[in-house]
Design a protein around this ligand. Sequence first.
Ligand code: NAD
Length: 345
Amino acid sequence: MNKQQPTLLVTGGAGFIGANFITYYMEKYPNSYLLNIDKLTYAGSTANLSEVAPLPNYHFINGDITDEALVSEIFADFDITGVIHFAAESHVDRSIQDSKAFVETNVVGTLNLLQAAKRDWEKKDMLAERRFHHISTDEVYGSLGEQGKFSEDTPYDPRNPYSASKAGANMLVKSFGHTYGMNIVISSSSNNYGPRQHEEKLIPTIIKKALAGEPIPIYGDGQNVRDWIYVNDHCRAIDTIYHQGNSLETYNVGGSNEKTNIEIAEEICQILDKLAPEYRTRTSSDSFKDLITFTEDRKGHDRRYAVDDRKLRNELGWKPTEDLKTGLQNTVDWYVTQWKTHLTH
Ligand SMILES: NC(=O)c1ccc[n+]([C@@H]2O[C@H](COP(=O)([O-])OP(=O)(O)OC[C@H]3O[C@@H](n4cnc5c(N)ncnc54)[C@H](O)[C@@H]3O)[C@@H](O)[C@H]2O)c1
């Protein structure tokens, strides 16, 4: 790759949303240069990037954003004209067991990137032009009762170490905007679903357990509500916010698809009943739904998340294109194909 070209730096691009984003971005902007830095933790895989890997204008660095020297070197070697920062430890359950990596990557890693970008862009007198886009989550706002939605002005009230580390990162990003005049933007999205997600997360877990004929674990009473967004709609939102969002602003991104966890599990089982009946076992002879099992609730389990994303819709003209029915169908199709390929190898 020609290192003198204006290059977008993406972090964490071998993970679920980052890999979908890079694939989307390189197809939409085929002449642009993109550098992806990812540590390839358990959550990242270069297999997620098979479509872009051969492109001459795509470059991958297997590296850690907490490595200050490496991050500085990237800014010295390449002409980084913008950053879209996905890299994070992202699984709430893991953060409850051990929070350290969450603070290191999500807070210290974000600070490293901010400092390196600031130094480089200040030197080039581009601090106000070049953009730092931080990918965040609606979980920073805490938990809702039965009514209401999070707006961009809802005060942060994180309830678990993952969301606390993301809120900390958001604060640092905002502070670099206010203190140094850096051109920063934050997007806070609701729960994503779609292809390439790690199997520890809810939707892949449901599909995998069902196909394996094992109990499908659902926390507590299954009534926790999440607002689901199809990952490609999120990628389009990031593209819109990165290119058109106003500096220092936060934009919420939602799917307008509020569902309880048990509703999600039941819908997936219904799709699987039609799509993969050959994997039903004696326990699931009527439906995969028979495998659903309630387990002890997650500690500090937030009851409901829902985001008000009218700012993004009204000011920047974005709206989601996938409804939950078609989005789930595509997603289940994708995982079943993966499952079948995996079994035949
Ligand atoms: N998945 C969701 O529903 C959701 C919702 C809202 C916001 N987000 C945010 O979006 C971003 C991406 O989430 P995801 O679901 O794709 O996560 P993911 O866990 O699938 O991917 C994270 C990626 O970051 C990489 N990474 C982790 N630590 C790193 C480090 N120190 N240096 C370099 N790379 C590192 C991992 O290898 C992995 O490829 C995160 O910032 C997350 O907080 C996710």
